[in-house]
Design a protein around this ligand. Structure first.
Ligand SMILES: *Cc1c(COP(=O)(O)O)cnc(C)c1O
Length: 496
């Protein structure tokens, strides 16, 4: 029997896993959620013999039931290979009172690689399984990180093309360099003369353009998205929570069944939702500690039960967490509303029209495993400094938000449960901010010089992704106006 997926906003929308991956978002605007959460039956002894790929198979087969064993193994082997700079894929490092789960060893040195390395393969298999004849065209607007991780995941994947638009003056120097040097015959990167919202709007318009869709189909193409609400990006993330538990068990740092807490630097609520699913699967996770930066919508939500996006958007040094609408929270809302799609729909409508909604007392009671916390910019910098002073370990600004929140949590609660802090980016990705937080004087302006300095300070190797940027030739130099986005796409795909 296949595990089916339903939309959070309309229970009549019911699809298989591969269909949910193909569609991304349900046509009613809702997100796909598994109809029931499977239960993990393997013992720790059995799991202890498996490596990352082996565990990935054990977890993903429970959720993606309409994929065969061969199909899933093939996706896993293509994703978690030597693109990662360590065979462990997600190493667990002890520092001070906690364990850091390093999710930045992939191609773009941030945790989005964990899911975007496998999504292209899940997607092309999904197309085959559902007799989609067309070539899949991934169309993405990016403010920086997602674009590069998606480009890198889809580069040279047969049966796909990827087109990324970014705001010419709206991304960092390193982010732009990373994108315009992207290899792969099936990749296109275009700067637009506009901001991120313009890029996003342009892409959405193309998705909703029926006339364009018809012409695309005639030319043998189908648009799809690599958006973070796709279950094909969510489910691969459950794996690393299982993996970190198994690692702690194997190293005899915990005994079977002993609880661990997890601390997750959060933006769109995807990563921590994967931890929630890992817990529901039966992995002994105690508290799910949700760490926010100064854009602390989620902290306020866990305090009060009221989600309120009506506030100023604050630009912080942990930019990947600068977000006021955490899309994946909708899935949690649906689960704590006892899978009531009508109720969920009402909350989301209120959010869209007034920017706010308030959950009921009984829903709130089901959030007792979650702890919300937040860190100011000063506290974040302090966490980087302290971790380095005390343990010689250098963390990035996003991870530091989580480290700061965890340290506050420990002080307040005296909870001594072993904790895993999720480390979402390499400090090399945010070298400027990290060196600043370490109170290093005279930081060079050149990004490679900064990397060299960070190498000296942290005694770690400069990641390949940074090393390569130095000499990588620019392969994409297209710039267009906002109103030209569609004609650029037509030109790239040579459709008439
Ligand atoms: C995307 C991102 C986050 C936030 O993850 P969500 O799944 O959106 O909550 C945190 N840190 C880094 C470095 C990221 O790139």
């Amino acid at each position: 029997m296949n595990l089916m997926y339903r939309s959070t906003r309309d229970s009549n929308q019911r699809v298989t896993a591969s269909q949910a991956i193909l569609q991304g978002l349900s046509s009613d605007g809702g997100l796909f959620v598994p109809e029931s959460i499977p239960v993990f039956t393997k013992t720790m002894k059995e799991l202890a013999g498996l490596d990352y790929r082996g565990l990935a198979y054990e977890v993903m087969k429970l959720f993606l039931t309409d994929y065969t064993q061969d199909e899933l193994m093939d996706c896993i082997n293509k994703a978690y290979d030597d693109k990662f700079d360590t065979p462990e894929i997600a190493p667990l490092k002890e520092a001070g009172q906690a364990y850091y789960l390093e999710l930045f060893h992939g191609a773009t040195i941030a945790f989005k690689d964990m899911a975007l390395s496998i999504l292209p393969h899940l997607l092309t298999k999904a197309a085959q399984k559902n007799n989609v004849q067309e070539e899949i065209v991934i169309l993405t607007a990016t403010s920086g990180d997602t674009g590069k991780a998606a480009l890198s995941g889809f580069a040279d994947v047969k049966g796909t093309k990827i087109i990324v638009f970014y705001p010419k003056d709206g991304v960092s120097v390193v982010q732009e360099k990373q994108m315009v040097t992207q290899k792969g015959d099936n990749t296109s990167v275009i700067a637009i003369r506009g901001n991120f919202d313009d890029a996003q709007t342009g892409v959405k318009e193309m998705f909703n353009n029926r006339e364009l869709a018809a012409r695309l189909k005639n030319s043998g193409y189908l648009f799809s998205s690599a958006n973070s609400i796709n279950i094909g990006r969510l489910i691969p993330q459950i794996v690393y929570y299982v993996y970190s538990y198994v690692c702690l068990y194997k190293k005899k740092l915990i005994s079977e069944g002993e609880k661990i807490n997890v601390v997750v630097p959060t933006g769109n609520f995807g990563n921590i939702l994967a931890a929630y699913y890992a817990k529901e699967l039966g992995i002994p996770i105690g508290k799910l500690i949700c760490a926010s930066n100064e854009n602390k919508v989620l902290f306020d939500f866990f305090q009060t039960g009221r989600y309120d996006r009506n506030r100023d958007f604050i630009l912080t040094e942990s930019p990947s967490m600068d977000i006021l609408v955490s899309s994946n929270l909708e899935r949690l809302i649906y689960h704590i509303a006892d899978q009531d799609s009508e109720k969920t729909n009402q909350f989301m409508k209120a959010l869209a029209s007034n920017g706010t909604y308030e959950i009921t007392e009984s829903m709130k009671a089901k959030l007792s495993d979650f702890v919300g916390g937040w860190a100011s910019e000063a506290e974040t910098r302090e966490a980087i400094y302290k971790e380095y002073q005390q343990n010689g370990y250098v963390i990035d600004t996003h991870t530091a938000v989580a480290a700061s929140v965890y340290s506050g949590y420990s002080k307040n609660t005296q909870d001594s449960t072993p904790a895993v802090i999720v480390s979402t980016a390499s400090p090399y990705k945010f070298a400027d901010s990290v060196l600043g937080a370490l109170k290093i004087e005279s930081i060079p302006t050149d990004d490679y010089e900064q990397a060299k300095l960070l190498q000296k300070v942290s005694d770690t190797k400069i990641p390949k992704a940074v090393e390569e940027l130095r000499t990588a030739p620019v392969l994409h130099n297209r710039v267009c106006a906002i109103h030209e986005m569609q004609s650029v796409v037509e030109d790239i795909l040579k459709i008439i």
